[in-house]
Ligand binder design. Structure first.
Ligand code: HPA
Length: 243
């Protein structure tokens, strides 16, 4: 079954015909909210709003383990993770939709593995390719079908937040090869791989990252781009399911 994790600007899916909501108890505590079960374009999907349905949970406080565990628990096998990001490389202008294919994790202090605790074995998963090729391919094809332009590939840099970055931090990330920057891509992707979910991100660029524009980064400007762009993101999702 297909799971959709909605990020900022996507706390609900307009065309989702909601059947029911379920609170899932997890060994890791509470999820960001109940899982929403329903149909998108006639296809069964499970949706969760990463920051809570009222957008109250900041990126460093999201219980990624609970969310991923819960999706897996209810039978989700394939996940698309929607996220608003800042654009770093020239191609990543505001409004662009990117399907990243690599990840750099700059976050810290977030519970980022299922493999810990006394009874758990030490496991080192292969994370060379952090995202599921199958879901990426489906999203690419869906974007083509829906006639929505997307950029295939790019490196997602996950920062700690909730503050935005300094100009020097963005310069460093750029030297490291980062194309877009967001605050939620890790450890979400890590946990998905650990538990065996086929997971890929769908990123909407909502602002030029720090130092990439002469304008200050304001929430108003971000909201405007997000509002306009999420319409195209929804179109891709509808055309992509079932993943
Ligand atoms: N930096 C980090 N995360 C973000 C940004 C940004 O500029 N824009 C949206 N999410």
């Amino acid at each position: 079954m297909t799971g959709i994790i909605g990020g900022s600007g996507l706390t609900r899916l307009k065309n989702l015909e909601i059947r029911n909501r379920r609170v899932i108890r997890t060994p890791f505590g509470e999820t960001s909210g109940p899982l929403t079960f329903g149909q998108l374009g006639g296809q069964e999907v499970v949706f969760i709003a990463r920051h809570g349905y009222g957008h109250t949970i900041p990126p460093h406080r999201v219980n990624y383990r609970a969310n991923i565990w819960a999706l897996h628990h209810v039978g989700v096998t394939h996940v698309v993770a929607v996220a608003a990001v800042g654009g770093i490389s020239t191609a990543m202008q505001s409004g662009v939709i990117c399907l990243p294919d690599q990840l750099i994790d700059y976050t810290h202090g977030r519970p980022s593995t299922f493999f810990e605790g006394r009874e758990s074995m030490v496991v080192h998963i292969d994370f060379s390719e952090p995202y599921c090729g199958l879901v990426r391919a489906r999203l690419l094809r869906a974007a083509e079908t829906a006639d929505v332009a997307v950029i295939d590939g790019g490196t997602y840099a996950a920062t700690q937040g909730p503050r935005l970055e300094t100009i020097a931090e963005i310069r460093r990330i750029e030297r490291d090869g980062g194309d877009v920057v967001g605050m939620t891509g890790a450890p979400e992707a890590v946990l998905a791989r650990e538990i065996g979910l086929c997971y890929a991100p769908l990123s909407l660029v909502v602002n030029p990252a720090a130092g990439k524009s002469t304008e200050p980064i304001t929430m108003e400007a971000i909201d405007a781009v997000m509002h306009a762009g999420m319409h195209r993101v929804r179109k891709v999702l509808e055309s992509a399911v079932p993943l």
